[in-house]
Design a protein around this ligand. Sequence first.
Ligand code: COA
Length: 327
Amino acid sequence: MKKTTILGTGSYLPSKVLTNHDLSQILDTNDEWIVSRTGIRERRIVAEGQTCSDLAYEASLKALEDAALTPNDLDMIIVATLTPEKRLPSTACLLQDKLQAKKAAVYDIDAACSGFVYGMSIADQYIKTGAMNRILVAGTEVMSKVLNWKDRSTCILFGDGAGSAVLGPAKTEEKIILSTHLFSNGSLYKLLEMPAGGTAMEWTPDVFERGDHLVKMDGKQVFRQAIESMAEASRLALEKFHKTIDDIDLFIPHQANSRIMDAIAKRLKCPEEKIFMNVDKYGNTSGASIPIALDEAIKQGRLKKGDLLLIATFGAGFAWGSALIRW
Ligand code: COA
């Protein structure tokens, strides 16, 4: 069995910044409340006409450059998104066209905020078995288009952005995906959903009136589930390799809320300095959160050869998971 390595990463954030102060101009909210409850100070919003595949394209070009590869080297493109550009075709198809990745098989996966880790896990299986050689996994979201900007408890949390990674068979023992662990519990789907937009609920004026085509969330319940699930998935990943949190050099949790990350760290007894956070700058970018954080952590020199990286993810579904990577 081959081993999978991370050949390159890239991320892209739209240039338009929406601060908490900006939000306080359109909603009954304020910077102090948002920062104290979430750690978020600002988020990025797409420019007029900028789409989900546009963001993924920019991030993917950087990841390919980082990997010293061209789009024609790709055997597959997996796009993780809960804000697909269209219902048909997949956003992966649109990205394939922009990249002109002529040899790539493509598809989207829908695991909400956990989509990138799910995608990485899928790519890992293809590469380990030798079925594919070079796979681009992109997490890309235009959350600003699916938020109810009148719901102050939800719209303040999210932002737009994209992150990509190119994976391939390892020639050395560097940047190896040791394991991925995926979980779900669909019985709690109502706690975080977009009720309309699929085939279950017809598009009627009532749907738009109620905002059923937009993200609806029970924040308190999601908060609790996110902490429990990510802490448990992290513990299982560590146990599998007979490691403890002391062996971890860097921990990248899903960038949902700094209080969620703090609570997970407390449960795992993970020192603050080992946790990577950028939620203050971008908010929760859903499926893009982990690849953006990973790319920034790498570019900031937070990972050196031999380091053990733990990733934990959680999102609607609920679908959650973890990954261990030896840098
Ligand atoms: N500004 C000011 N006040 C706000 C507000 C805002 N943006 N949003 C909610 N409030 C108010 C509420 O109306 C409530 O007022 P009340 O006491 O008069 O009823 C009060 O603040 C407390 O609301 P509550 O919902 O108890 O706050 P909270 O401490 O649970 O924080 C969240 C709310 C959404 C920040 C928090 O629950 C959370 O982060 N949940 C997880 C969400 C998440 O990460 N989802 C994605 C997972 S992938």
